[in-house]
Design a protein around this ligand. Structure first.
Ligand code: ACM
Length: 279
């Protein structure tokens, strides 16, 4: 790939943006501690866009819907979103965070994009994984892309990676960076996201957690970590380990994701044979 041979991602400092993830180890049910721990880490970072894991403020394995409703928070007035809004304003940064969102008697597995002026975007997980299907309401909003500094940002959550239509839709809507808050337990996603980035020529940031939960007897979960930042040519710019909480920020030029040609004669968006596709 010529562009990549000519210059490494992030070499042109004037156009760079600092993007990254926080890989966390939440304590189930302790919204205050999980939020303050994440906020403390973000305080220390120099970043323009930082992505937190799925359900970062609560942990993952709810025993039932009553417990989920007790721990989920409204976007307006919830502790986690309020704290991240304060932080985004103070640090003039953008934060993507996965959390349990309450709306009346419904709870969504959501992701918010928060900027210095407040909440910029909300995504509700469309493809619920395993027992999530028993307690969360599936997402009801079309995918969308929002400005975050110089970048156009789209959100998907964890298991959405299995559906290539999600990353493609975000790409067609103009995303430069796909942010993917996650709580991965299966091993496939980090490798698959290299392909999602490559086939769409977009950056992707997967923010996962580490640690274990067994709040439902006989259903132990071990979260795989392996949070990563992937370039539009599918190169893994950084991948975290599987056991440790950590933060990573890298400098990239988001406009590298607007170059959709893979050879002088192949534009991966314009060349699609939609006349032959059934969907
Ligand atoms: C997942 O969607 N949390 C695997």
């Amino acid at each position: 790939m010529k562009g990549r041979e000519k210059r490494k991602w992030g070499e042109d400092e004037a156009r760079e943006m600092k993007i990254g993830f926080l890989q966390t180890r939440p304590v189930f049910g302790d919204i205050w501690k999980n939020t303050e721990d994440a906020a403390g880490e973000i305080e220390k970072l120099d970043c323009d866009l930082i992505v937190l894991p799925e359900l970062f403020s609560t942990g993952y394995q709810f025993r039932n819907k009553a417990e989920l409703l007790k721990l989920s928070e409204e976007i307006d007035g919830g502790y986690a979103v309020g704290r991240l809004k304060e932080l985004a304003k103070k640090k003039k940064t953008h934060i993507v965070a996965g959390l349990a969102e309450k709306e009346g008697r419904r709870a969504y597995n959501s992701s918010v994009l928060i900027g210095p002026k407040g909440v910029v975007g909300l995504y509700r997980k469309a493809h619920l994984f395993w027992d999530e299907r028993k307690i969360f309401t599936p997402g009801d909003r079309p995918f969308s892309v929002h400005k975050a500094g110089r970048a156009r940002v789209g959100m998907m959550i964890c298991f959405d990676w299995v559906f290539p239509e999600v990353a493609r839709t975000l790409t067609l809507l103009g995303a430069d960076i796909i942010c993917q808050p996650s709580n991965l337990v299966l091993p496939y996603c980090p490798e698959a996201m290299k392909t999602r980035s490559l086939e769409n020529r977009v950056f992707s940031i997967t923010a996962n957690r580490v640690g274990k939960e067994e709040r439902v007897a006989g259903k132990p979960l071990k979260f795989i970590g392996s949070s990563q930042i992937v370039a539009p040519d599918g190169a893994v710019l950084y991948r975290a380990g599987g056991w440790r909480a950590e933060a990573r920020v890298m400098e990239v030029d988001p406009e590298d994701a607007r170059k959709k040609k893979i050879t002088p004669l192949n534009d991966i968006i314009k060349d699609r044979r939609r006349d032959l596709f059934k969907c």
